[in-house]
Structure formats: structure tokens, C-alpha cells
Ligand binder design. Structure first.
Ligand SMILES: Nc1ncnc2c1ncn2[C@@H]1O[C@H](COP(=O)(O)OP(=O)(O)OP(=O)(O)O)[C@@H](O)[C@H]1O
Ligand SMILES: [Mg+2]
Length: 275
């Protein structure tokens, strides 16, 4: 099915809708990661190509990289399947401000184990993500799931399940040295876009709720450092709870798209009356 924006016939409305979605998606995803550019700054930087006085150069580059990655995601919709190299290209765009070195691979899987610390019952907990040795096999399974979901979505409920499942599994593998959150928030939308749905966007104001939800997805699985089965590295109940949050987070973008489609239809009916 064609992506949601191709139903909008008026070129200016279509362009403005894509710009608004790009701004929200880029701003929220980079702000979750710590970027200090506001939504207005993000639009200004991307639309005008100018910088915001006093804000770090790296934050501007992150925003540019993310916007470029969204374009790559839209281009991927034309391909029948996504492959490992597509993920590597997207990773290069997302981390374009970083100079790669052997311990900081950009456009390649991580080469060292990675960890996260989180608080549970007021105690500092540590979670080790799957070891680099099992990442290629886990990511083959993830790509298989992503390509299968693209053919299986039949309703908005399926779209939410697909997004939550792919997002959860991606961050649970944590295949890259950095940028895993931004990559998950981009990639998990591909099956939705392929099925004509707008993307799910996680609002940056919900950062804490989001981070607690993802930590609950991986925490119950215990030591997964050498686990080679992707189904075993996420907790199914926690993924369902995450899906409930994703459904709520989707609403503002759905409403924006609906308003634009209605405006487009009104324009067309007016132009018929004028004929
Ligand atoms: N306990 C956890 N289990 C699984 N995933 C987690 C956990 N805590 C955080 N995450 C995920 O990892 C991401 C952070 O990883 P990383 O620094 O590689 O990504 P990033 O894109 O640079 O940062 P960010 O996700 O903050 O934008 C979080 O956004 C979240 O998606
Ligand atoms: Mg990071």
C-alpha cells in the first residue's frame, strides 16, 4: 500500500505535512537522546540551513543526520525488503557527526559488549545487552521479523503491535555502539509506512515513561549476554504494555494527518465547484 502522504494531492499540503512530521520526529527522537534544540530550532535549522546561536555544533549535526535518515527511511519503502546494509547506511546518517574508530564503529555492528544501568525498587541495576558475537544472528532474526510484519499488518492494532515488537527487540539487541534508540524509533516505523500508516512518534516529554517501559521489556529476561534467540530477550507482557503507550503516543500524528487529508478533500471539492 502507498504511504499515507501519497493520498494528499495538493503538493503544498503534502510538503508541509511531511515537514511537520520530520520536525516532530527529529526533534522528539534527538531530544530523548539529550539534544537541546527545541522544536522551533529544529524547524529553523532544517528549513533555513542556519544555526542557533549558543547551541552545540554536534546538536545541529544530530538533527541534520536524523532528518537525512528519515529521507532514507522513505526511500526504503520502495524496496521489497530491508537488509543489513540498509541498517548500516541509516546508522551512518544518524551518527554522521561522529568520527568512526575501531571502538566506535559507525555503519557496522558493535565490537564490544554494551550495558545499561537503571533503577528498580530504588536499587541501581545493570543489564548487559547481547554480546557482539550473537548480534549478527539476532539481527538476521530481527530483519526477518521486520520484513514479515510489513506483509502482515491488516489493522491499526497490528500496526501498533508491529511497532512495539520491532522497537522492543531492536533496543533489546542494542546492536550498535550508540544510536540504538534513534535507530529503533526510525526503523520500527517502516512496516507501518509500507502499509499506508503514519509513523508513531514518542514525545520527548514522555522520555522517563519511555525509558522505564523499555527497561521493563529487558529486565525480566535476566542474563541474555549469549542468548541467540530474539524471542528470549524481551518480556512479552512488557512489550504489550509498551504497545499501549505507543497507541497513545501515535494520536497527535494521526490527528495531524487526518486534518490534512480533510483539508485536501475540501480543496478538491472547492475546485470542482469552481469548474
Ligand atoms: N534497560 C534498557 N533496556 C533496553 N533498552 C534500553 C534500556 N534503557 C534504554 N534503552 C534504549 O536504549 C536507548 C539508548 O541507547 P543509545 O545511547 O545507543 O541510543 P541513542 O539513540 O544514542 O540514545 P537515545 O535513545 O537516548 O536517543 C534508549 O533510547 C532506549 O531506546
Ligand atoms: Mg547514545
Amino acid at each position: 500500500m502507498k504511504p499515507f502522504f501519497s493520498q494528499i494531492q495538493n503538493a503544498s499540503l503534502r510538503k508541509e505535512l511531511l515537514r511537520a512530521i520530520r520536525n516532530h520526529w527529529t526533534h522528539d527522537s534527538t531530544a530523548i537522546e539529550g539534544n537541546t534544540l527545541t522544536l522551533g530550532d529544529t524547524d529553523f535549522v532544517l528549513s533555513e540551513g542556519l544555526t542557533i546561536s549558543g547551541k552545540p555544533l554536534s546538536h545541529h549535526q544530530e538533527v541534520y543526520g536524523h532528518a537525512k535518515a528519515i529521507e532514507l527511511v522513505y526511500a526504503l519503502l520502495k524496496k521489497p525488503e530491508i537488509k543489513q546494509d540498509d541498517l548500516f547506511l541509516l546508522h551512518q546518517a544518524v551518527l554522521s557527526e561522529h568520527i568512526a574508530d575501531i571502538y566506535y564503529p559507525v555503519g557496522k555492528w558493535k565490537i564490544e559488549p554494551n550495558f545499561t544501568f537503571y533503577i528498580r525498587d530504588d536499587k541501581e541495576m545493570e543489564h548487559e545487552f547481547p554480546h557482539p558475537a550473537v548480534v549478527p544472528a539476532l539481527m538476521d532474526q530481527w530483519l526477518g521479523d521486520a520484513n514479515a510484519w510489513a506483509d502482515q499488518i491488516k489493522s491499526p492494532k497490528d500496526a501498533i503491535q508491529s511497532y512495539a515488537n520491532l522497537h522492543a527487540k531492536f533496543v533489546a539487541v542494542h546492536p550498535f555502539v550508540d544510536g540504538n534508540g534513534r535507530m529503533a524509533r526510525l526503523l520500527a516505523n517502516i512496516p507501518l509506512l509500507k502499509n499506508g500508516y503514519p509513523p508513531i512518534n514518542i514525545p520527548s516529554e514522555e522520555r522517563l515513561t519511555y525509558l522505564i517501559a523499555v527497561s521493563e521489556i529487558t529486565a525480566p529476561c535476566g542474563d541474555v549476554s549469549l542468548q541467540g534467540d530474539i524471542e528470549q530477550i524481551v518480556d512479552a507482557n512488557a512489550v504489550n504494555r509498551f504497545a499501549g503507550l505507543c497507541e497513545r503516543w501515535w494520536q497527535p500524528i494521526l490527528e495531524l494527518v487526518d486534518r490534512t487529508i480533510q483539508k485536501d478533500a475540501k480543496l478538491r471539492s472547492q475546485s470542482f465547484q469552481n469548474d
